[in-house]
Design a protein around this ligand. Structure first.
Ligand code: SF4
Length: 526
């Protein structure tokens, strides 16, 4: 083997060495029962046709590369946003290993989360015993101030009752009577990671406020509650805080994992860092109002804030994710309306800079065609900003969105000439997107890392068919530090715009660098 202590190679060049090539060829020829290459290519080409797309869109009982994850993953992220809180998943260990690695790979951080390791016996007799031991061990070993419990498929299929199990854990003395254990049922066979985030948030809000509303008074703490929803861009927590601080507005970020997902390497491991405190959660009903930054993904929590806290909590129709120019304006005006604080000159100047950037880059982005996918609020905000930039979002896909969202999207697109050629898809996956990208080619795709397989396939068909992927979304495993970026506010719009326009300019340079053939197009004044 070519790998040796004296000459250690990383995987990419290593596997191109002759001995590895021979090994892989041998494996293919002798063990994989591989079809002839001509048949593979013929089938591949067929999968790029309109005929195949029509069949693909008739698919009902199979999802391929779904562009969403399961409920407890979202519940874990929500729980990580609370101070000294251990996310606890009632169910199988493998599921929790998946949640941890998913976040590890995205955030490049250790992620604390436990499971009570239900196995075959628990699947038959119920998982109460696991929960007794699990809660007791978790509290003793990791010493959290709060354990936030969600569930996996297995626990939901057999109908385990979290309320009863946690109550019995107290009665049996496994955890003290007053020890905080909020919970949410998060069945993975319905909804997605965003539903799980919403359910867990509602569970925590319910636990700390539902039965303690007598002494609460709307507006008495003088603050605004900000609920981020399933948010994986650390810069977004920071930019929202910065803008509110610049406005001198008191606020509480309800679920704030910014610190725990970004601990420094200073020789000290922090299992817990930062986060919303229990007192802040208890005080939440006393705020003037609650703004859900991703209202399409916060249905249950929004309803709770309206009904229990008596907040106006503007929903899908009246409030949008603060992405791009218009909807950041709307966010700041809403904050100003609720708080009575003026929008300061510093933010007006920042807005002006964004408009300046949009004007500078307009010539390069105008009419560029994009395919995009992701969670409903992100996709809606991204679409809106693309339209503001004069781009054409032609294929728009959110697997985990509902029909009302689709209708709202179509209304947004109908109002703008750049939306004339757009199609919106819900309940569809990235294998559907692959068909769309082949039959009606966009210039770029915007989405998570899984889009790289579509890019590879388009390149396999031929260079002229290649559709480059711009990585914005979740998860992003194959690039570093993009999760630190910002997509919200004027600052986020500036970052997205910078990425879009420089991807286009890079692309142009790559296409025009042939010496004395295509280099006539090159200049330094773009
Ligand atoms: S879908 Fe169900 S089985 Fe799969 S990881 Fe999620 S909870 Fe576990």
């Amino acid at each position: 083997m070519s790998q040796s202590v004296e000459n250690i190679k990383p995987s990419y060049p290593l596997f191109r060495d002759q001995d590895y090539k021979d090994m892989l060829t041998n494996k293919k020829d002798n063990f994989e029962e591989k079809h002839p290459q001509e048949l593979i290519d013929e089938t591949f080409m067929w999968t790029t046709t309109v005929e195949y797309q029509e069949l693909n869109f008739q698919r009902e009982a199979l999802t391929v590369n779904p562009a969403k994850a399961c409920q407890p993953l979202g519940a874990v992220l929500c729980s990580l946003g609370f101070e000294n809180t251990m996310p606890y998943v009632h169910g199988s260990q493998g599921c929790v290993a998946y949640f941890r690695t998913y976040f590890n790979r995205h955030f490049k951080e250790p992620i604390s989360c436990v499971s009570d390791s239900m196995t075959e016996d628990a699947a038959v007799f119920g998982g109460q015993k696991n929960m007794f031991d699990g809660l007791e061990n978790c509290k003793a070993t990791y010493k959290p101030d709060m354990i936030a419990v969600s569930t996996t498929c297995m626990a939901e299929v057999i109908g385990d009752d979290l309320n009863a199990f946690i109550g019995n854990s107290r009665k049996e003395g496994h955890i003290p009577d007053d020890y905080p254990v909020p919970f949410a049922h998060t069945p993975s066979f319905v909804g997605s990671h965003t539903t799980g985030w919403d359910n867990m948030f509602e569970g925590i809000a319910r636990y700390f406020t539902l039965n303690y509303m007598e002494d609460k008074e709307v507006g008495s703490n003088g603050k605004i509650n900000i609920v981020p929803g399933f948010e994986t861009y650390l810069g977004n927590f920071r930019v929202i805080k910065r803008m509110l601080n610049e406005m001198d507005v008191g606020f509480t970020m309800l679920s704030d994992p910014e610190e725990v997902l970004d601990t420094p390497a200073d020789g000290k491991f922090r299992m817990y860092a930062g986060g919303t405190t229990m007192d802040e959660m208890k005080d939440a009903p006393n705020a003037h109002d609650t703004l859900f930054l991703q209202p399409w993904q916060s249905t249950k929590s929004l309803k709770f804030a309206k009904n229990t806290w008596q907040h106006s909590a503007p929903g899908e129709k009246d409030f949008k994710i603060p992405m791009g120019l218009d909807w950041t304006d709307a966010f700041l005006m809403k904050v100003s309306e609720i708080s009575g604080q003026e929008i300061p000159e510093s933010l007006a100047k920042e807005r002006g800079r964004l408009v300046d950037m949009m004007t500078d880059s307009h010539a390069w982005l105008h009419g560029k065609r994009y395919a995009l996918w992701g969670d409903p609020d992100f996709v809606m905000g991204m679409t809106k900003f693309l339209l503001e930039l004069g781009c054409e979002p032609i294929h728009i896909l959110a697997n985990n969105a509902n029909k009302r969202w689709k209708k709202a999207m179509e209304e947004i697109l109908a109002e703008n000439p750049y939306g004339a050629n757009s199609e919106v898809h819900i309940g569809k996956d990235l294998w559907h997107m692959r068909s769309l990208v082949f039959t009606n080619k966009p210039d770029y795709m915007i989405g998570n890392s899984y889009g790289k397989f579509i890019q590879r396939d388009t390149l396999y068909k031929g260079e002229e068919f290649e559709v480059p992927l711009i990585r914005i979304g979740f998860p992003i495993f194959d690039r570093h530090h993009l999760h630190r970026a910002t997509t919200l506010g004027y600052e986020g719009a500036m970052q997205i715009l910078t990425t879009l326009v420089n991807t286009e300019l890079e692309h142009l340079d790559n296409k025009t660098r042939g010496m004395q053939t295509t280099d006539y197009n090159y200049d330094l004044v773009r």
